[in-house]
Structure formats: structure tokens, C-alpha cells
Write a protein that binds this ligand. Sequence first.
Ligand code: HEC
Ligand code: HEC
Length: 334
Amino acid sequence: MKSSAILRVFVFMLVVLGAYLWVGKAITAMTGGERKSASVVEVTPEGGEAIFWGKGRCFTCHSIGDEGSAVRCPNLGQFGEKFPLSIGARAEQRAKERSEETGNHYNSTDYLVESLAKPGAYLVESYKNEMAIVYAPPISLNLTEIKAVIAYLQSQGGDLDLEGIENPGELAQSYYARITAASAAGGGDPENGEEMFVDTCADCHMIQGEGGDIGPDLSSIASKGLKFISESILRPARKIAEGYETWVVVAESDGRKHIGLKTAETPTEVEITKATGEVSTIARDDIREIGQDEGDSVMPADLTEALTVKDFQDVLAYLMMQKDENAGKVGVTQ
Ligand code: HEC
Ligand code: HEC
């Protein structure tokens, strides 16, 4: 190659490299990637206002008084006969009514957190349960952003209670835990996750004393982290939980193969429990072969086929909430 040709190739490579850098930067700018990581919202009414009319997309469904143009969902300001109170005052009134009805203390922070964390819990009269799950995609607000929005809503005609937002009572705390878990799982709706879990997993796994006992109890599984949990579901055999190895026993008399967990053994017998829960007892002197199959888990590898990507994420969010024996169930009530 002549030196001018080498130079041309070199210049060409520089141009290509430059173009890559430029495109990368342009994409970051378009998706707001840099801005997002740089700006941390403050838990103040102003911080919440920015979320309400921006990232939170609340304005696509709600107006506040005359501000905004959305009409299909409850107006959060004072508006006509239907909405005599702005949301701050409305939340206080609803909380008071609820406290009187149930005899349990319930305040405006509780009401607002609940409206955001579990919109189905209390439906505003004549509206359907169409409120967005604001901590799941595509909105994906984190806990700080949600606290800021609550401060903003309280400042609409109510008493701003920053101390109460930062250190709320048990009910709001359990909702905060749900939002944190959902954020940690990359966004997901733990309530739907619980339903999916009951349908697809609870035959084998127990959480808070409910479910089957073929697989390990998952009441404190969150401590193992998101990556471990998702891999356990996607590829169960990759890392088999101790004590849950898969055993294969072949009987001499009928040649039958028993595959499952070794759930009991005595000097004369071995008990194998299959994935279905069916139990076989094989006499030791009838055993032709016995051993572990390290490449196989009793937990089926194709479970995710029964779940959509969203359902899978929701299950992860639900499992990330399972912190210990006392961790609240999703169905928290007063
Ligand atoms: C897809 C439309 C939609 C979006 C987006 C949405 N909401 Fe809602 N919201 C609703 C509907 C519908 C209701 C009434 C049903 C109910 O009570 O759950 C509601 C109810 C509420 C309530 C209770 C109102 C009352 O009168 O007690 C609050 C508070 C609220 N939303 C706040 C927000 C905030 C804050 C955001 C943004 C972070 C938001 N919403 C985003 C549709 C939406
Ligand atoms: C047929 C029974 C069965 C079903 C159904 C089942 N599992 Fe499992 N699971 C097991 C067994 C047995 C183990 C232990 C062996 C292993 O680690 O692969 C296990 C292990 C796990 C672990 C790892 C636990 C630990 O402490 O290491 C997680 C997490 C898990 N399962 C989640 C799920 C989820 C989520 C579902 C539903 C989508 C599900 N399982 C459905 C039987 C089952």
C-alpha cells in the first residue's frame, strides 16, 4: 500500500470513529440519559410540580383546576360542583372519613400514597380503575419522585406535611416498600406479580406461610438479589438450592425411574417426591441405581413460557418485596 493510501484509510477511520461518538451523544441527549442521572428531584412541592407536568405524565389524564387540558380523569383542583375541594384538602377529608369508618388512623399522606401505589384500593366515585401504575413502565417514577408528587398534591389546598412524607406510618411505609421493590426490579407491578405467583409458582413455593413445600420457602428471597432470582427462574438447574437436588432412583423390580427430591430416608427405604407432589417410597433392597442429576432441577425450566415479559417483571417486583418473615404481603390492608 502506498503511504497516501494508508493516510486515507487512517482519515476514514477517524471520521467513522467521530461519527460513532457523535451518534452516541445525540442518542444520550435524545433520551435525556445524561440529564436524568444529573438531576435529582427534591421532595418539595416545586419538585413534584415538575414531575406532575413532566416525567410523571399525570397531566395526560388529570387537570388541576383550570390548569391543563385533560378531562377524562378526576380534576385534582377545585373545579365545578363535582370537585369542591382541591386534592390537598380532598385527601384530608377522605382520610378523616376513612379513619372514622375503620377506627384506624389514616392521614392525607396515606391517602395520597395509596392513590399512587395501589389505585384500585379506593376508586373515586364514577371513575374506573384506569389510573396508571406510576412506578412501572413507561412512567417508572422512583420513590423520591413519588414523594415529591405527594408534596405537590398536599400543597394544593391542604397542609404540606414533609415530615409525614419522609417518615410515614406503617401503611404508607408498606407502599413505599412496594415502590422501592418495583424500582429495584426495573419497574413492575407487584400486585399483578402476586397473582402470577399464585397461579404459576405457589404450588411449590411458600411465602408467608401460604403455598406448597416442594421448593424452598421464598419469604426472604429478596436478600439474594434481583440477578439471582431472575436466573433461578430462567434457568433453575444452573444453581440448585441446597437440599433441593434432583435424585434419580431406578427400581430393580419394575425398572421404573423415580425422579424428584429425596424427602426422607431410613435404613430400609428412600422417599422421592416428584415435581407434581406425588410421593414414591422405594425399598433400599429394590434399588438398582441411585444418584443425583446435577443438570436438572425439580423446578421446571419452561415456566416463563406461561408468563409475558410484563408478568415476569411483575413477579420479580413481587419477589423483591419478600424481605423477611414479617415483610408485608402485597394485599396490605389497614
Ligand atoms: C392513564 C390516566 C392516568 C394517569 C397517567 C394518572 N392518573 Fe391519577 N387517576 C386516574 C383515574 C382514572 C383516577 C380515578 C380512579 C381512581 O380513583 O383510581 C385517578 C385518581 C387519582 C387520584 C385520586 C383522586 C381523588 O379525587 O381522590 C390521585 C391523587 C391521582 N390520580 C394522582 C395522579 C398523579 C400524581 C399522577 C402522575 C404521577 C397520575 N395520577 C397519573 C388516571 C390517571
Ligand atoms: C414444580 C415445582 C416448582 C414450581 C412450579 C416453581 N418452582 Fe421454583 N423451585 C422449585 C425447586 C424444587 C427449587 C429448588 C431447586 C433449584 O434451586 O432449582 C426451586 C427454586 C427456586 C428459586 C431459588 C430459591 C433459592 O433460595 O435458591 C426461586 C427464586 C424460585 N424457585 C422461584 C420460582 C418462581 C418465581 C416460580 C413461578 C414462576 C417457581 N419458582 C415455580 C420448584 C418449583
